[in-house]
Design a protein around this ligand. Sequence first.
Ligand SMILES: *[C@@H]1O[C@H](CO)[C@@H](O)[C@H](O)[C@H]1NC(C)=O
Ligand SMILES: *[C@@H]1O[C@H](CO)[C@@H](O)[C@H](O)[C@H]1NC(C)=O
Ligand SMILES: *[C@@H]1O[C@H](CO)[C@@H](O)[C@H](O)[C@H]1NC(C)=O
Ligand SMILES: *[C@@H]1O[C@H](CO)[C@@H](O)[C@H](O)[C@H]1NC(C)=O
Ligand SMILES: *[C@@H]1O[C@H](CO)[C@@H](O)[C@H](O)[C@H]1NC(C)=O
Ligand SMILES: *[C@@H]1O[C@H](CO)[C@@H](O)[C@H](O)[C@H]1NC(C)=O
Length: 668
Amino acid sequence: MLPLLLLPPCLALALSPWSAAAGKPSGSYWLTDAKGLAREFDGIGAVSGGGATSRLLVDYEEPYRSEILDYLFKPNCGAALQILKVEIGGDAQSTDGTEASHMHYENDENYFRGYEWWLMKEAKKRNPNIKLIGLPWAFPGWIGKGENWPYDHPDVTAYYIVSWILGAKRFHDLDIDYIGIWNERTFNSKYIKILRYTLDKQELQRVRIVASDNQWEPISFVMMLDSELREVVDVIGAHYPGTKTMPSALLTKKKLWASEDYSTFNNEVGAGCWARILNQNYVNGHMTSTIAWNLVASYYEELPFGRCGLMTAQEPWSGHYSVDPPIWITAHTTQFTQPGWHYLMVDGHLEGGGSYVALTDGKGNLTIIIETMTYSHSACIRPPLSPYSLSPQKATFYFNGSFSHLEALQVWYSKLEFKSANSTLFQSLGSKKICDGMLTLNLDQDEVYTLTTLTTGRKSRFRDPPRSQPFPSTYKDDFNVRNPPFSEAPYFSDQTGVFEYFVNTSDPGEHVFTLRQVVNQRPVTWVSDAENTISIIGNYKWVNLTLSCDVYIESNQGGAFIAGRVDKGGIYISDAEGVFFWVFPDGTYRVTGDLYGQKVLMKGLSGVRAESWHRLTLTLRGTTASGMLNGYPLWENVTITNPENGWAAIGTKSFEFTQFDNFHIQTS
Ligand SMILES: *[C@@H]1O[C@H](CO)[C@@H](O)[C@H](O)[C@H]1NC(C)=O
Ligand SMILES: *[C@@H]1O[C@H](CO)[C@@H](O)[C@H](O)[C@H]1NC(C)=O
Ligand SMILES: *[C@@H]1O[C@H](CO)[C@@H](O)[C@H](O)[C@H]1NC(C)=O
Ligand SMILES: *[C@@H]1O[C@H](CO)[C@@H](O)[C@H](O)[C@H]1NC(C)=O
Ligand SMILES: *[C@@H]1O[C@H](CO)[C@@H](O)[C@H](O)[C@H]1NC(C)=O
Ligand SMILES: *[C@@H]1O[C@H](CO)[C@@H](O)[C@H](O)[C@H]1NC(C)=O
């Protein structure tokens, strides 16, 4: 049921449900700018990466890909995001995959790898005012010089990061607004100062530093002791703050952000979480930006944190995507504010539970966002510290100062239905008159209202996307037809190592265009990457299949595998099980039940050697596996039990160059 709004203006107050409030909390809330304004609002955003969360988005065909991007970034369309934060690829696993570094090796530079450049450009194309943030999760191995630590040579790390910012400008005309330190890992004061110095030396004074993308402490405390550090850190970014800040953070007088938050399944529960923290991160914690992990769930759903994006686009093969409720919750704030607006000085707590924030552009525009999420339904990955109850209530807003002359406000409304998934999302209720300088709402639970002077709000809806379909049961790629402008082949999702298109112009035959694993040294990791490299593809439900692929091991220390029923990825990749068929350049082969290579099911001689192409074929049927080399049976009747299903994969024994070609999978 929508609240009744269409009664005659000031009469409505007396007749309508707006005034029926006997026995309910009946709060009065004053909105004024007469005594100045509160903190500057810095925008609502989302993270692409940390890691590979947008991986499958790039493989969508048009027009679906553009529609998805419009829902995310286009002003007055959908989420109209004000900030895009991207991973600076570090060649290592960073939650749902690896993202390629712009410098795999010390003497290497390439600003066309991966998809974050493309994504930033698509976002800017739609909203030139969107703010861009870069943050590393991991670093290529040469940064650590053998240690899993990026700070022993802070000048090298600063050079690496500043190169990324300069490359963004030089090759893509992208101005990076904010730069981070090391996601959810230790910061180093000396490094932060050297980073600032290096930025300034490159005339990048405009780039602001966010630190430390972890907890409020110890960064706030250290900043209070170290005035030089305090000088160079512009924003304190905390992750999953549960809407609370700490006194030490407030003492720094810096901008405070929830620089990563949300991380919740994107149904009504995720939307409820999002609505609550978008307001309460400011109301309780003085945070002036909230950034969702993650932007769009464009990774295989069975990877960790499946569908924890603001919307879902995980089926490029079908074109299917879904615009999930968090998109419309975002719109309640983003379509009616801009970074640079200011919060009004209000307490923000509603008497009957829930919260409101009010923002102004300082030129007479006013936007109020109200949420009444119940605690039990709107829990985020990190819920609030103490549960609270919530009751229906009447709320009366009084308009003073510059706002005393306002006559009406546009009203946008959502109500989340947690049981029936039958929510009202971002619905325009038209304009509501302000009578005698006040406006009263009857608020029920699990609602979001926006009241605003802006008339530009819009709920876009493109045609229905194609229906959902499983990954094709037959799939092949000879890597000859490229996927411009991307460095990776469609649907392959790297979980350790980086697999890139490769061209060998001196190849005499059919292997000019291949896919090559290019990480040759263990990176400075963020989690426990496998000792091997691996890229997964396909349908997690796959059981029976025949998988063939040509492999070319470039070094005598190397080794390559193809696999089926791979059951784990992302941060759990090093524990992955499945059926792995390995060949090594010493002329042996192995069949193992795990990626680690310890559960040996079969082994023997193969005659495989380095710098030579070999075709591997793996067939899985029920509890039996068999393998072929160059078209001839090599092993058969190997009994397999666990796991029962999983993705297909290719990979290498260690961080060695290895090429793959003529990938072919048949599952029925
Ligand atoms: C969905 O909401 C509408 C309007 O409030 C209501 O009429 C309908 O019965 C609801 N459907 C379900 C399945 O709850
Ligand atoms: C509000 O914002 C709009 C759009 O930016 C602008 O045109 C208008 O002048 C502003 N002020 C008022 C009072 O509407
Ligand atoms: C609102 O403005 C009126 C008139 O300017 C003033 O009398 C009143 O004290 C103000 N109220 C608040 C709460 O600011
Ligand atoms: C490229 O092809 C040539 C000719 O087959 C071969 O000798 C060389 O090793 C190949 N290079 C790579 C990096 O695969
Ligand atoms: C896999 O193959 C086995 C043996 O042919 C068969 O019994 C089983 O039903 C198949 N499973 C699926 C999911 O197709
Ligand atoms: C595999 O099993 C089949 C059917 O039982 C049998 O004919 C064949 O000899 C077996 N192969 C090996 C290598 O044991």
